[in-house]
Design a binder for this molecule. Structure first.
Ligand code: MN
Length: 156
């Protein structure tokens, strides 16, 4: 294989890694609440104006609870867990698709004692996520459909 193809074709490797793709921290430490989650940027070609990333959380890990103007297109690729989307919590499993519309609160949690990994397509240029205020959090915690999830223990 010539050098160009080495850059264009990246083999899938054990433990949900891809050849020559760096596994990075999810976000800057201290920038927002999250736990035990990593990020791999799979595609970021400026001509596409989007990025495809793979995020993976270890058992009991979670992504940041956030919302923003840009949308996400998510496919669960590894394991199962739960997803908060708007005012609902749903179980998610391998190959499920999750569409996250603009300004919708969202968070993924690896609730099944095993890793949860997902592909996420997003605009290359995008607004910064908003974190919930104390008031937002209180309102979400008062919703019985969200309360257990927010404490890290959603019903099956
Ligand atoms: Mn997001």
């Amino acid at each position: 294989m010539d050098q160009d193809n080495d850059a264009n074709i990246r083999g899938f490797q054990p433990d949900f890694r891809w050849q020559d793709v760096e596994r990075m921290p999810y976000k800057e430490e201290g920038s927002a609440p999250f736990k035990a989650i990593s990020r791999q940027v799979l595609f970021a070609d400026p001509a596409l104006k989007c990025e495809l990333r793979y995020f993976e959380m270890a058992a009991e890990g979670y992504s940041t609870l956030e919302r923003h103007e840009h949308a996400h297109a998510v496919m669960i690729l590894r394991g199962e867990g739960h997803c908060l989307l708007g005012d609902e919590v749903r179980p998610v499993k391998q190959f499920d698709l999750v569409n996250i519309p603009a300004w919708t609160w969202h968070q993924f949690r690896a609730t099944k004692g095993a890793p949860l990994g997902f592909l996420c397509m997003v605009n290359a240029q995008r607004d910064r996520p908003q974190l919930p205020s104390e008031q937002d959090l209180a309102a979400m915690a008062a919703n019985p459909r969200l309360a257990a999830f927010l404490k890290g223990a959603p019903a099956a």
